[in-house]
Write a protein that binds this ligand. Structure first.
Ligand code: UTP
Length: 226
């Protein structure tokens, strides 16, 4: 059975509109595909993370302290997804290795962040490396990688296929100015080292997400790491 890790952004899980309905549908689809692929899901923190980190910052909190609150939000989102999948634990797994130990065919395992200093994209690469996953799916609110920011540049073109080195170039260039909008640089580094492909897709589109998980053609960007 193929093994797939899905990094699902908090902006996808809880954008603040029809959240329960979407998470319910997502859980149903995941259960269906888990009969065909072994699945591990890593949830992002979304605006809850940003809101709490923002307040912490205003209170004089350090980056470390902001990260800690961001991580708490990712774990709350993981709990919501697990609730929808049928069982919500009191505490979420915090270590990628532990998650992989709990993983087995037919069972969906879910976690959020780990420790300060990176995002859940990087966590999904850590899980994928430990699991020896066939691919990583990044479900976000941007439906693919573009030649420029499509919200700012009308000439931005979708890139259907790229190499992991090309993605690395984009995320390393972006890093420093602000956090990468595409994929966490550490996540890209780990995916390259472990030769894991990354599929960048619109996570709100459940048909697209399903196709990506099953290894079928997608409308997003396929990042080849082989
Ligand atoms: P996300 O993974 O959601 O980060 O974690 P993001 O890229 O900022 O959000 P999306 O993908 O656009 O929704 C939220 C925050 O939690 C902290 C970081 O501060 C991150 O920005 N975090 C998360 C960690 O410090 N470590 C982790 O392992 C995960």
């Amino acid at each position: 059975m193929e093994k797939v890790v899905v990094s699902i952004g908090g902006s996808i899980l809880v954008p603040g509109e029809n959240d329960a309905e979407f998470i319910g549908k997502l859980a149903k689809m995941l259960k269906e595909v888990s009969k065909e692929v072994q699945l591990a899901i890593v949830c992002g923190g979304g605006k809850t993370a940003r809101y709490y980190a923002g307040i912490a910052k205003d209170l004089g909190g350090s980056t470390y302290e902001q990260d800690i609150l961001g991580i708490a939000a990712t774990r709350m989102n993981a709990q919501l997804l697990m609730l929808a999948l049928g069982e919500m634990p009191d505490a979420v797994i915090t270590d990628p290795e532990e998650l992989v130990k709990a993983s087995q065919p037919g069972k969906i395992v879910v976690m959020g962040g780990t420790v300060p200093g990176h995002t859940t994209d990087a966590v999904s690469s850590m899980v994928a490396a430990a699991m020896k996953a066939d691919r990583i799916i990044n479900g976000t609110s941007v439906d693919a990688v573009y030649t420029a920011d499509p919200r700012k540049d009308p000439n931005a073109k979708k890139i259907p296929k790229m190499t992991i080195d090309e993605l690395a170039e984009i995320v390393y260039k972006e890093h420093g100015a602000s956090k990468s909008s595409v994929f966490d640089p550490l996540g890209v580094k780990l995916a390259k080292e472990n030769r894991m492909d990354i599929l960048m897709i619109d996570g709100r589109n459940l048909d697209e997400l399903k196709n990506a998980i099953l290894g079928k053609p997608i409308n997003g960007t396929f990042v080849n790491s082989h």
